[in-house]
Design a protein around this ligand. Structure first.
Ligand code: ADP
Ligand code: MG
Length: 339
């Protein structure tokens, strides 16, 4: 006889919360007065700290597919929020999860999703302290709201870039977009290791928490943003918030070996634009005054994350000029927008 897969409704709402979601908590977090299990979580915020709060929604059919591995989805859902806390220079602590799933969703899916959250939670030391669970008549909708702390008055905003600042970026840019493009059949890559690397970069973003925290501790960065919409689009967000312009040198943008190999192929122009505008890199862009080269190499030494200078803030109103070989280069596509 064929076994019928157990669905979430076999367990029921409260059992589901109890067995899957009430355990994703860091036992040593003394600031959690009450986590899952009451009408609201109760958290002890130190007087000297400001609370950071950020949220992200993932919708089946928009951000992921019904056949997306739920373990990877759980990891990614939390990591994209962690990246937003990194981009303020803060330390993440607590999150709530709102989960809308059809009652026919397999229990296995929910278990694997919770396992993904657990993995990311343990890795970055954050606790699930509450949430909501509803039956969806349509797609799966996952909303995570993450809270973090940063010293009073020390959150690093997008709005404080200054003319003359140098623009830096962490890690490498474009891997995620190329990984997605490969999956969608829009780019041909032959090297199996490169395919695997780019796919991983798309599926499992690496929130740059240690870099963000150090930029904040050392007061090096004037402004920070994380790259979700695309390098150019997110740099534009810094510019418009700060009332400045930027010059971005495309040839200085750091690339992985895999991305470099794609760009060495025959569609260099289109691929370079994909790198600059594709998004979901979850790297940090930050601006800093020109005289901090030593501090930059300290951060790289301590975090193991490469920091690369890619341009400078100039006078202007939210204009990003992309230069290649020193000449202005007009891109054909902007960053990702939902509407
Ligand atoms: P209420 O009806 O008071 O809003 P619920 O019955 O929705 O509370 O939830 C009961 C408890 O379970 C609450 O503490 C809530 O935060 C928690 N909870 C509900 N859904 C989730 C979830 N998906 N993940 C974690 N905790 C959850
Ligand atoms: Mg209640």
């Amino acid at each position: 006889m064929m076994s019928i897969e157990k669905t979430v409704s076999a367990l029921g709402e409260f059992q589901l919360i109890e067995t899957l979601f009430s355990r994703l908590v860091m036992a040593d977090d003394k600031r959690i007065i009450k986590g899952v299990g009451d009408d609201s979580a109760v958290l002890n915020i130190p007087r000297t700290q400001h609370l950071l709060t950020t949220t992200d929604t993932l919708i089946e059919g928009v951000h992921f597919n019904s056949d997306t591995d739920p373990f990877i989805l759980g990891r990614k859902a939390l990591r994209v929020n962690l990246s937003d806390i990194a981009a303020m220079g803060g330390v993440p602590h607590w999150y709530v999860l709102s989960l809308a799933i059809p009652s026919t969703t397999s229990l296995k899916w929910a278990e694997e999703f919770a396992r993904g959250l657990d993995e990311a939670g343990k890795r970055f030391n954050v606790s699930l302290v509450g949430g909501d669970m509803v039956a969806s008549t349509g797609p799966i909708i996952i909303t995570i709201t993450l809270n973090g702390l940063v010293g009073e008055g020390r959150a690093i905003m997008r709005s404080s870039a200054q003319v003359g600042d140098r623009i830096y970026v962490t890690g490498t840019i474009g891997d995620s977009a190329l990984g997605l493009a490969h999956r969608l059949g829009r780019v041909k890559i032959s090297d199996a290791h490169h395919i695997e690397f780019l796919k991983h970069r798309h599926q499992i973003p690496e929130p740059r928490l240690s870099v963000g925290k150090m930029l904040q501790d050392t007061a090096i960065a004037r402004s920070i943003i994380d790259v979700s919409d695309g390098l150019v689009a997110d740099l534009e967000h810094i510019c418009s918030a700060s009332g400045v312009g930027a010059r971005l040198h495309a040839d200085k943008v750091p690339l992985s070996d895999a991305a470099r190999a794609v760009l060495d192929g025959d569609d260099t122009n289109r691929m370079m634009q994909m790198v600059l505008t594709g998004g979901e890199d979850y790297e940090l862009i930050f601006t800093a005054s020109a005289d901090i080269a030593d501090a930059i190499s300290d951060i790289t030494d301590q975090t193991g994350v490469a920091l690369t200078e890619i341009g400078e803030i100039v006078k202007g109103e939210s204009v990003v000029t992309v230069c290649r070989d020193g000449e202005p280069w007009v891109l054909e596509r902007g960053g990702w927008k939902h509407f």
